[in-house]
Design a protein around this ligand. Structure first.
Ligand code: COA
Length: 377
C-alpha cells in the first residue's frame, strides 16, 4: 500500500477504462463516443445523442423512430402509485427527493435483475431514461396543485418534457435551446454521480439502485445542485452593478461561488458553458432578460480577474432555464434527466466489464489499543 500515492477526492485517479466519453483537455474537447460534444449539440437531437451514448453509433432514421416509439410507450406507463405518493407529500418533497424516491420505487414488479441479459438490461435502462422526466414533471405539478400534463406523443422529447413541467407548449426556439442543454448535460466522463452509479452497479446491484444512488450524489451543491444555487445567487444579487461588490465580499469570506470552477477544467473554460452563454444570448433576443444576462457576464469577468476561474455549465444553464419559465428547484432534476442517457451507457459498460470496486485506505487511527477492565458492560 505504501507505494500508492494518496490523492484526496481521487483527484486525477483513473477509475475505469471506458469507450463512452473523455475530457480531452489538450484539444479542449469533450469526446463522446469519438465525437465532439459541442458538434453533437449543434447537429443532433438529444434522443440521437442518447442513442449514440447507449449503443455507440449515431442512429439511422428507422432506429431513431423505434427508440422514439419505445420512449413514448414507456412514458405512458408511470405506475399510478407514484402519482399518489407525490400528491400526498405535495410541497414537502423537493423534486430531487421525489425523483430519488420514484426511481427506487420503479423497481416494484421488476425484480429478478440479470446483469448478463443484455436485452432485459437495455429495456430497463430505457424505461428509466423515459420515466425520469415524467416523474419530475408529475411531482412538480402535484406540489404546485396543477393537474398533471400527460406526456404528448406528438411532441419531440425536449418539447414534451417542457410541456409536462409547465403545461405550456414551448416555442420552437425554446424547445431547441432546451434540447441543446439536455445534450450538453447528457454525459461528462466520470463525475461524482457517474462514479457512484458504477460503484453500486459493480456489486451487481440492479440499475434502479445504481440510479437511486446517482441521483442522491448529484443533488449536492458541489455537483448538480450548483445550477439551482446559481439562480438563488443571481436573484439575491439582483443587478449587474451589484455583482462585483457581492462577489468580492463572498470571496473575502472564503466562500465558494456556485457555477465556477471544476475539478477537471479548473482554470480553463468549460466548452459547454461557452455554448450555453451563446444560447442565453439567443434566448434573451426572443424573451428579454438583458439584466440577467448582463449580471452573468459581469460575474464571469469578476471571477476571471479575481480567481482565474471560469464558469462551468451550471452557471449559464441557470439563467437559460429561468427564462424558459422553469421553476428553480427543477434545474437539478433536469440535469439528472439529461444525464440518465450517459448513466445508462455507463451502467451497461460496467455490467459488461465488471470488477467489484473495493479500494483501500490510508489508516491514520491508533493501533494496538487494549481494553481495560470495565470498558464494556
Ligand atoms: C467543482 C469544485 C467542487 C471542484 O473542486 P476541487 O477540484 O475539489 O477544487 P478545490 O476545492 O481543491 O479548489 C481549488 C482552489 O480553487 C478555489 N475554488 C474552486 N472553486 C471555487 C469557487 N467556485 N469559488 C471560489 N473559489 C473556488 C478553492 O477555494 C481553492 O483555492 P485555494 O487553493 O486558494 O484554497 C469547485 O470548483 C466548486 O466548489 N465549485 C462550485 C460548485 C460548482 O459550481 N459545482 C459544479 C461543478 S460542474
Amino acid at each position: 500500500m505504501s507505494e500508492i500515492e494518496y490523492r484526496p477526492g481521487l483527484d486525477g485517479v483513473p477509475a475505469v477504462q471506458t469507450r463512452i466519453s473523455f475530457l480531452d483537455l489538450e484539444h479542449e474537447q469533450i469526446v463522446i463516443r469519438g465525437y465532439d460534444l459541442i458538434e453533437l449539440a449543434e447537429r443532433l437531437s438529444y434522443l440521437e445523442v442518447g442513442y449514440l451514448l447507449l449503443r455507440g453509433e449515431v442512429p439511422q432514421p428507422a432506429q431513431l423512430s423505434a427508440l422514439e416509439a419505445t420512449i413514448r410507450r414507456q412514458q405512458a406507463s408511470l405506475p399510478p402509485e407514484l402519482g399518489q405518493i407525490y400528491a400526498a407529500w405535495g410541497e414537502r418533497l423537493h423534486p430531487m427527493d421525489a425523483l430519488r424516491t420514484g426511481i427506487s420505487a420503479l423497481s416494484a414488479d421488476h425484480g429478478g435483475f440479470d446483469a448478463d441479459n443484455g436485452e432485459g438490461l437495455e429495456d430497463t435502462l430505457i424505461r428509466l431514461w423515459a420515466l425520469v422526466p415524467v416523474m419530475i414533471a408529475q411531482a412538480h405539478r402535484a406540489r404546485t396543485h396543477h393537474p398533471f400534463s400527460e406526456p404528448r406523443g406528438d411532441l419531440p422529447f425536449a418539447a414534451n418534457f417542457l410541456w409536462m413541467m409547465t403545461g405550456i407548449e414551448p416555442s420552437p426556439l425554446a424547445a431547441r435551446i432546451f434540447d441543446r442543454l439536455l445534450i450538453l448535460y447528457s454525459e461528462h466522463e466520470m463525475p461524482n454521480s457517474t462514479f457512484a452509479a458504477r460503484v453500486i452497479a459493480s456489486s451487481l446491484a440492479d440499475p434502479y439502485g445504481a440510479l437511486t444512488g446517482a441521483v442522491a450524489a448529484l443533488k449536492g451543491p458541489l455537483h448538480g445542485g450548483a445550477n439551482e444555487a446559481v439562480m438563488h445567487m443571481l436573484q439575491a444579487v439582483g443587478s449587474a452593478q451589484a455583482m462585483e461588490a457581492y462577489l468580492l465580499d463572498r470571496l473575502k469570506a472564503k466562500a465558494r461561488i456556485m457555477g465556477f470552477g471544476h475539478r477537471v477544467y479548473m482554470h480553463r473554460p468549460d466548452p459547454r458553458a461557452v455554448m450555453t452563454k451563446a444560447l442565453l444570448a439567443e434566448l434573451v433576443r426572443e424573451k428579454g432578460g438583458q439584466q440577467l444576462q448582463a449580471m452573468c457576464e459581469e460575474g464571469e469577468r469578476v471571477m476571471r480577474d479575481q480567481k482565474g476561474l471560469y464558469p462551468n455549465l451550471d452557471y449559464y444553464a441557470a439563467p437559460v432555464y429561468h427564462l424558459l419559465g422553469i421553476a428553480t428547484d427543477l434545474f437539478t432534476p433536469i440535469f439528472f434527466a439529461a444525464r440518465t442517457a450517459g448513466l445508462a451507457a455507463h451502467l451497461r459498460e460496467q455490467y459488461a466489464h465488471n470488477r467489484l470496486f473495493r479500494p483501500r485506505v490510508v489508516y491514520l487511527g491508533p493501533r494496538g489499543l487494549t481494553l481495560r477492565t470495565g470498558d464494556s458492560g
